[in-house]
Design a protein around this ligand. Structure first.
Ligand code: NAD
Ligand code: DAU
Length: 355
C-alpha cells in the first residue's frame, strides 16, 4: 500500500483533474499535499477549485504552467518534493483534434515526455514513487457490435486525439521498461459529471436543452459509448495509486453502453421531469448533423482486471447519476458563465455543418 505525500496533479483545472483533487482532499486517509500544474487552456477553469485555497491552504497549491516547459516542470518536482504524479493534462476533445491536431501532438506527446524526463531525473533509483498516466479507451480503436476492450487488446487509434494518447501511453510504458520508472496507466471510458467543459456530449446537450437550442446528433446517432461517472473514475485512480502494480495497465469503464441518440432521449426525459415541461418540447430540438470524420462506432471496456485486483466497481444507477449531473448544471450558472469566457464556443456553429 502506497501513501503518497506530495502528489503532482497535472491538468487539475480540467474536468476530471478538478474532480480528482476534490476526491483526494475528501479522503480521510490521505493527509499529503497536492500541487496542481495547469496551463489554463480554454478547458482549464480555476473556478472549479476556487474554494480550495481557503479550505486547504496548507495542502493545496496551484502552479500556472505548461507541462511542455522543461524548467517549470523541473522546478515543480524540486520545490514540492513530488513522489507521485497523476497526469491528466491533455488536449482532450476529439473534434478539436480533427480541426487542429498540432496542440494534441505538443501537449499529449511532448508534454508527457517532458514530465517523464523530469520524473526520471528527480527519482533516479527511487522505488517508493509512482507516475500514473491517465489515458483513454479510444487507443484501442473502434468495436463492432460485440466484444469489449481488454488491457491486452492491440492499440488501433483512429483520430489525432487517440493517436496522441496512444503515443503517450507507449512513452510511459517505455520509461518503465527502459529506465525502470515505476509507472501505471489507466485507460478509461467516457466520463460525465460536474465541471465538464460543455463541448462534450452530455453537458453540451444539457445546456442546449436548457436554452431551447438544437441538439446536434452526429451521423445516425447509433454510435455507442460506455459511460462512467467521474467520481467512479477518481475512486479507481485512487485505488491504483495506492495499490496498483508498477508496470501495469488498468482498464476502467462503467459496464454502461448507450447509443448517443438514446442518451439524448434520456436527457430530454430527465429535463422534462425536472422542469415539468412536456418531453416533446425537448425532443423536437434533436437535429441530426453531419458525422464526425472517422467516427469510432462503439467503445466498451472490460474492467474485470481492476475489479479483481483492486476491488473497484462502477456505481450502477446511471439514471440517478445523470439526473444529479443535470441538476448540477442547472444549479451552477456562475460556473457555466465562467467557462463561456475565453475561447468557449459550441461546435455546432463551427464544424461539420448541417447534414
Ligand atoms: P479537460 O480538457 O477537461 O482538461 C484538460 C486540462 O489540462 C485543462 O485544465 C487544461 O488547462 C490542462 N492542460 C492542457 N494542456 C496543458 C499543458 N500543455 N500544460 C498544462 N496543462 C494543460 O480534460 P478531461 O476531460 O478532464 O481529461 C483529463 C484526462 O483524462 C486527459 O488525459 C484525457 O485524455 C483523459 N480521459 C478523459 C476522458 C473523458 O471522458 N473526459 C475519458 C478517459 C480519459
Ligand atoms: O472514450 C473516452 C473519451 O471520451 C475521452 O478519451 C475523450 O477525452 C472524451 O472527449 C470522450 O471522447 P468522445 O469523442 O467519445 O466524447 P464526446 O463527448 O465528444 O462525444 C461522445 C459521442 O457523442 C461521440 O460518439 C460523438 C457524439 N457527439 C458528440 C458531440 C459533442 C454528438 O453526436 N454530438 C455532439 O455535439
Amino acid at each position: 500500500m502506497r501513501t503518497p505525500k506530495n502528489i503532482l496533479v497535472t491538468g487539475g483545472c480540467g474536468f476530471i483533474g478538478s474532480n480528482f483533487i476534490r476526491y483526494l482532499l475528501a479522503r480521510k486517509d490521505f493527509t499529503g499535499r497536492i500541487v496542481n500544474l495547469d496551463a489554463l487552456t480554454y478547458a482549464g477553469n480555476p473556478q472549479s477549485l476556487a474554494d480550495l485555497a481557503e479550505t486547504h491552504p496548507d495542502r493545496y497549491r496551484f502552479v500556472h504552467g505548461d507541462i511542455c516547459d522543461e524548467a517549470v516542470v523541473k522546478r515543480t518536482f524540486d520545490e514540492h518534493a513530488v513522489d507521485t504524479v497523476v497526469h491528466f493534462a491533455a488536449e482532450s476533445h476529439v473534434d478539436r483534434s480533427i480541426s487542429g491536431p498540432a496542440a494534441f501532438i505538443r501537449t499529449n506527446l511532448v508534454g508527457t515526455f517532458t514530465l517523464l524526463e523530469a520524473a526520471r531525473a528527480a527519482w533516479k533509483t527511487r522505488t517508493d514513487v509512482l507516475f500514473h498516466h491517465i489515458s483513454t479507451d479510444e487507443v484501442y480503436g473502434s468495436l463492432g457490435p460485440t466484444g469489449r476492450f481488454l488491457e491486452t487488446t492491440a492499440y488501433d487509434p483512429r483520430s489525432p486525439y487517440s493517436a496522441s494518447k496512444a503515443g503517450s501511453d507507449h512513452l510511459v510504458s517505455a520509461y518503465h521498461h527502459t529506465y525502470g520508472l515505476p509507472v501505471t496507466i489507466s485507460n478509461c471510458s467516457n466520463n460525465f459529471g460536474p465541471y465538464q467543459f460543455p463541448e462534450k456530449l452530455i453537458p453540451l446537450m444539457i445546456l442546449n436543452l436548457g436554452e431551447g437550442k438544437p441538439l446536434p446528433v452526429y451521423g445516425d446517432g447509433g454510435n455507442v459509448r460506455d459511460w462512467l461517472h467521474v467520481a467512479d473514475h477518481c475512486a479507481a485512480i485512487g485505488e491504483i495509486i495506492a495499490r496498483g502494480r508498477a508496470g501495469e495497465t488498468y482498464n476502467i469503464g462503467g459496464n454502461n453502453e448507450w447509443k448517443n441518440i438514446d442518451i439524448v432521449h434520456l436527457l430530454c426525459d430527465i429535463l422534462a421531469e425536472q422542469t415539468g415541461k412536456r418531453k416533446e418540447e425537448y425532443t423536437k430540438l434533436i437535429t441530426f448533423v453531419a458525422d464526425r470524420p472517422g467516427h469510432d462506432r462503439r467503445y466498451a471496456i472490460d474492467c474485470g482486471k481492476i475489479e479483481r485486483e483492486l476491488g473497484w466497481r462502477p456505481t450502477p444507477d446511471f439514471r440517478a447519476l445523470l439526473t444529479a449531473t443535470v441538476r448540477w448544471y442547472l444549479d451552477n450558472p456562475a460556473w457555466i458563465a465562467s467557462v463561456r469566457t475565453g475561447e468557449y464556443r459550441r461546435w455546432l456553429d463551427t464544424h461539420y455543418g448541417a447534414r
